[in-house]
Write a protein that binds this ligand. Structure first.
Ligand code: ADP
Ligand code: ZN
Length: 528
């Protein structure tokens, strides 16, 4: 080149001219080169890592149309608009379109006039779509959100199973599968189901060093949330996740009453209201979105300063994905979760009543128990998270357990007291009760319900006065997390598990985390 700088190749030119970026991010260059050369790839990269360019650039550099399979139908229009704004000839095919609109897109595609075609998986499964693809020149298949093919994962879409046909029908067209979910089990399933055994795997680090992970015992959740927002995130944009639509409405109203610019978002709201709230969250400064997990997939807002969970996520994958929406600009951000006994009871109930077979329910239960382990760990949260995703790391120094190491204590005797109360009720009286009644018995309280069932005559009545009510709740919560106790039924009744016998029979010791409110240390005092 005239000024002596090395000439840029096609990929680097496209990065600069089309996307306006000067340098590739970690990992992008190798992936792009591999796919441009016609290789298959499996890309595991955290949310915000820059996966899209890994197929967009090869699609532009190679000749023909790049087909992007995505389950996010609601976002296709936005994705296409964003590409068109950059001058890329993009379009999509999905069920939201009318016949005429679809015909137009198909004609453009067959004529070679598209750089990118976004396709819903159920459209790809149609023989008519396959014949259309036969007639066109295709540069690559990108399979976005590839973990949707995994039945073990948290986001299974049956339509994704048909994607195994891509390779059989068009073996010469390179495929790049991308996901932000990278547990070893999910990865293996993606490889098997999509026939990616020969594909090169690109695994980025899942560490998000700028996120400060915190999990607190849930005491007065609304006040705890308000304290976080006022104390550390005044005026910041953030997301508050709630399990139900009802609690979304309540929390949003509560925040507004307290002078915080909050908006609700859940699937029960009118589509227009949802779109408006989402647009305001993206456009305006300092909006707090109070939402169910329906909100967030594919939303690219770099300056989300906090993600707060008012309820326990159902899996570590979900937790990681949701918290990953914070701090995509690389600046410090907070991932905060308030978690209590009631969460465990509620999620267990959801699992017990969920549709699907036993294997599915066992799957959900395994996901929940991994999440509980992350909550109750006395070790670094980040190490716990990364270990879950099969990546090694060392204690981070800025999560809550690193900064304020929790004390653990020998809870064997306390555990025995709870379990033997449950045991006595179950065996001697054929009764089952929830945590509240068990704790009343241990504390020796003469409540109306204790009188009604004559529980004061149990030998365990009043044997637990060494701990207070909230400490007993923490014991029960951790027994559930450890699988030493289980809940069943609509009323959250407690029952023993196979493992309970080891504790009752003095064959197993139980160590527990001591709940302590986190000292109100300003974020600035954190080690850099
Ligand atoms: P992912 O799909 O992995 O969640 P995206 O592809 O949406 O991430 O990228 C996240 C953000 O990073 C987007 O705003 C994108 O434009 C930006 N980005 C991606 N690659 C680069 C790059 N090489 N230089 C600068 N910004 C980039
Ligand atoms: Zn840590």
């Amino acid at each position: 080149s005239p000024d002596g700088a090395p000439a840029l190749d096609d990929a680097a030119l496209t990065l600069r001219r089309v996307f306006g970026y000067d340098t590739f991010r970690e990992g992008q260059r190798e992936i792009i080169d591999h796919v441009v050369a016609g290789g298959d790839a499996l890309v595991l990269m955290p949310t915000g890592g820059g996966k899209s360019l890994c197929y967009q650039i090869p699609a532009l550099v190679r000749s023909g149309t790049g087909i992007v399979v995505s389950p996010l139908i609601a976002l296709m229009q936005d994705q296409v608009d964003a590409m068109r704004a950059l001058g890329v000839r993009a379009n999509f095919l999905n069920s939201t379109q009318g016949v005429d609109e679809r015909r137009t897109v198909e004609t453009l595609f067959a004529a070679g006039e598209l750089d990118l075609l976004y396709l819903a998986p159920e459209r790809l499964a149609l023989e008519s779509t396959m014949r259309l693809i036969d007639r066109a020149e295709v540069s690559l298949f990108a399979i976005d959100e590839a973990h949707c093919v995994s039945q073990w994962g948290h986001d299974f879409r049956p339509d994704y199973l048909t994607l195994s046909a891509l390779h059989e029908r068009w073996p010469k067209i390179p495929r790049v599968a991308l996901t932000a979910t990278a547990t070893p089990a999910t990865r293996e399933e993606i490889v098997t189901r999509l026939g990616l055994g020969e594909a090169r795997q690109f695994v980025a680090s899942f560490d998000r060093p700028n996120i400060d992970y915190r999990i607190e015992p849930k005491k007065e959740p609304k006040r705890q949330l308000l304290k976080l927002l006022r104390g550390e995130h005044a005026g910041d944009a953030g997301v508050v996740y709630c399990l139900s639509r009802g609690s979304v409405e309540k929390i949003a109203a509560f925040l507004v009453e307290n002078g915080i610019h909050a908006l609700p978002y859940h699937a029960g709201l009118d589509a227009r209201v949802r779109a408006e709230h989402q647009a305001r969250f993206l456009r305006e400064d300092g909006v707090v979105m109070v939402a169910t997990i329906a909100f967030g997939m594919g939303i690219d807002k770099p300056d989300v300063r906090f993600v707060a969970h008012m309820d326990l996520p159902k899996s570590v994958e979900g937790y990681y994905q949701e918290t990953g929406r914070a701090g995509r600009d690389g600046l410090p951000a907070t991932a905060w979760l308030a978690y209590g006994l009631q969460d465990v009871v509620q999620l267990r109930k959801l699992i017990d009543t969920s549709e699907g077979d036993d294997a599915h329910r066992r799957n959900l239960a395994a996901h929940l128990s991994s999440m509980l382990m992350l909550c109750e760990t006395v070790e670094c949260r980040r190490v716990g998270l990364l270990t879950y995703f099969g990546q090694e790391s060392s204690p981070c120094g800025n999560c809550d357990t690193c900064r304020f190491p929790p004390e653990s204590w020998d809870a064997t005797v306390a555990a025995q007291k709870v379990l033997s109360t449950v045991f006595r009720l179950q065996r001697e009286r054929r009764q089952k009760f929830g945590a509240g009644q068990i704790i009343d018995i241990l504390l020796g309280r003469h409540t109306p319900k204790v009188e009604q069932f004559n529980h004061a005559s149990l030998t365990v009545f009043g044997v637990g006065t060494e701990l207070g009510e909230s400490e007993w709740r923490a014991v029960v919560r951790q027994l559930l997390a450890l699988g030493l106790l289980a809940v069943e039924g609509d009323y959250g009744t407690l029952v023993l598990t196979a493992a309970s016998a080891d504790v009752l029979g003095q064959r197993r010791e139980v160590r527990m985390r001591r709940d302590k409110p986190r000292p109100a240390a300003p974020a600035a005092s954190a080690p850099a």
